[in-house]
Design a binder for this molecule. Sequence first.
Ligand code: ADP
Length: 238
Amino acid sequence: MSEPLLSVRDVSKSFGAIKALGPVGLDVAEGERLGIIGPNGSGKTTLINCITGFFRPDTGTISYKGQDITRLPAYRRARLGLSRSFQIPHPFTGMTVIENLLVPMDYGATSARKELENAEEILRSVGLAERRDHPAEQLSQLELRKLELARALAARPAILIADEAMAGLSEAEIDDILSVLFELNRAGVTVIMIEHIMHAVMRYSERVICLETGQVIAEGSPEKITSSPVVQKVYFGE
Ligand code: ADP
């Protein structure tokens, strides 16, 4: 197997006496669609925060493209290509959709024209091109989720971590977001999906990891995870 794009080794994190995570290990291959599931409090957010650099893990290492990034601050990981969309979108109000993309796009010495072209292409890729000049606060819930994905994509990440991108949406809207995420993946973005909507994460992912009390309790194809007795036990108590 070729070297993983992202590698998490023996990572753990505690908050006082509470062990939120680990030690856990996982690899993410380039171009993969990986789902991470687990009940509330199982450590998903803590894992993502350790990967993106929002938290410094207590133990273990995180490598990206073979480079140890465990001690790098979040903004440097973002520059290297790790990006995260948040569950609750917080667009800049009083700005148009495209302005929302141009604000955070301060990732290198590109020209204003290049930045604009980049922003327009990202809007097309998430299906927001015709909302380009709309005020962000006038967007529908679905469009806000797309804007949140677009903002996470503004820095042209290699890995997109989509944190509950579909919570509260209708089935048709979930389909819409899934198509956007499939298309991004086809375009080369590695996607890590943290999701509570089980049928969506199972449809999207090539591989699923289930966390429980900060540990990986199951890992495999969506079919394997869906029928796994340990997974069923944590979700349904058997
Ligand atoms: P999930 O995202 O799967 O719901 P979390 O990673 O948020 O799980 O939480 C894992 C555990 O760590 C929980 O017991 C939670 O209460 C605890 N925890 C998470 N963040 C903090 C924090 N900042 N301070 C104290 N405890 C926390």
